[in-house]
Design a protein around this ligand. Structure first.
Ligand SMILES: *[C@@H]1O[C@H](CO)[C@@H](O)[C@H](O)[C@H]1NC(C)=O
Ligand SMILES: [Zn+2]
Length: 413
């Protein structure tokens, strides 16, 4: 970042804690998406300084970046290997399509992306259709005062009587496909309960808590200002950079080094203290309350992109969960179920050793502190061709195949 964003950063300083209406929307015309490899420990920090956004957020085999036209040569000069993922990110954004006018929940909802307010309306309308099986739930408040909102779904045992299935979406603001996917889960569970025996069986067995957008400020910011924004919109007095990574802010192994950044300008800034992001505090209290009441059978944190199903641990690549083998069996069955729908191939494994190290992450917290029996991170489509900017035409295929993965998990946990 970042001279490019200097004007918007300065503006956001003066507008801290208000919805940044006055900021200009970032125009990505001519920006390239690059996948680069390099040598030396400084390679990543050097290319990060030149990039408008880092798309892959950990020390993986390669780094995906969005780069302004005038920095492309500087980035490729540092790299030992580079591939162009997109020649024009601005043109890619157009493939996401227009938001459609709001209509009461039907399957056509899952053919376009939507505004934040329409997502809230979707939840309200869905719940209103199934008042004896569902309720709107909340989990704390964002930096800018938005309520983290979700839906609880239960079956024949009644509200809150069964082990919890807890699902979070859109913790990273730019991962729009995760909003659609978590909403599809809720839509399937409620609208098919009476007509599909397999769905009725899992709804009667568990108590579902589905939160499609746990980073509402960031999500709104991706729609008003910067489509590729990841973090929340929290300021820090030591820097003009904005945002904490809510998924590096959980109060478990937050202090371990190597899996998050201490630089406020980084995409993976961990914050000044564990849980110092208000969104994180809301999610922590939600996990604690479920742990202390019905217990968490399965926790899912839905992200994009990369096509992975990952489980603990993120903070240590050598450590394995006590039920690592069971995690693997269930993930493997889910990956098979997903592949069975449209052939999409997922990689599975413990997160640190399979992808990269993460500290203060949700699934380490839910596994250890939250006492969840199973905790997984999904990284949805694709593998970098479109990245976070998945075309509207891929929404329905993605939500359908991921649903097959979820149903498979629900039948095995
Ligand atoms: C953790 O969950 C198990 C059920 O999976 C339960 O038997 C146990 O009491 C729980 N432990 C704590 C500390 O909550
Ligand atoms: Zn993510």
């Amino acid at each position: 970042m970042k001279s490019l964003f200097l004007s918007s950063l300065l503006l956001s300083l003066t507008l801290a804690n208000v919805v940044p209406k006055a900021e200009q929307k970032v125009d990505y015309s001519g920006f390239k998406a690059l996948r680069v490899k390099g040598k030396g420990k400084d390679f990543e920090s050097q290319v990060e300084k030149l990039a408008a956004h880092v798309l892959t957020c950990g020390k993986g085999e390669y780094v995906d970046l969005v780069v302004s036209p005038d920095q492309v040569d500087a980035v490729t000069a540092l790299a030992t290997d580079s591939t162009v993922l997109s020649n024009d990110v601005g043109a890619m954004l157009a493939s996401e399509g227009e938001f459609s006018a709001y209509a009461v929940p039907s399957e056509t909802w899952f053919t376009t992306y939507h505004s934040y307010n329409d997502h809230l309306q979707f939840l309200r309308d869905l719940q209103a259709g199934y008042t004896s099986n569902s309720a709107i739930i909340t989990a704390g408040t964002s930096v800018q005062g938005r309520t983290l909102t979700g839906i609880q779904i239960w079956g024949s045992g009644g509200r809150g009587s069964k082990p919890a299935i807890l699902i979070h979406g859109t913790v990273h603001a730019r991962e729009w496909i995760t909003t659609m996917t978590t909403e599809y889960f809720a839509w399937q569970l409620l609208t098919k309960y009476n007509s599909d025996a397999a769905i009725k069986a899992v709804v009667d067995k568990f108590d579902f808590y589905i939160m499609p957008i746990v980073n509402p400020d960031g999500f709104v910011y991706t729609q008003t200002t910067d489509r590729l924004w990841r973090k929340n919109r929290q300021t820090v007095s030591s820097s003009s950079c904005v945002g904490r990574d809510i998924n590096r802010n959980w109060p478990y192994k937050w202090e371990v080094t190597g899996g998050a950044s201490t630089s406020p300008c980084s995409e993976t800034y961990k914050g000044l203290a564990p849980s110092d992001a208000p969104e994180n505090r809301g999610l922590v209290s939600q996990v604690q309350s479920l742990k202390n009441s019905r217990g968490i059978r399965l926790y899912l944190d839905i992200h994009s992109y990369g096509q992975y199903i990952l489980w603990p641990y993120g903070y240590n690549c050598n450590l394995r969960a006590e039920n690592d083998a069971a995690h693997r069996t269930i993930a493997s069955a889910a990956a098979t179920a997903i592949r069975g729908v449209f052939g999409t191939a997922y990689t599975i494994g413990p997160s640190c050793s399979t992808l990269y190290a993460t500290t203060g992450s949700s699934t380490d917290y839910t596994d250890v502190t939250g006492n969840a029996t199973y905790s997984y991170t999904y990284e949805l489509r694709d593998k970098g061709t479109n990245g976070f900017v998945l075309p509207a035409s891929q929404i329905q295929p993605t939500v359908r195949e991921t649903w097959a993965g979820l149903l498979s998990m629900l039948q095995r946990v």
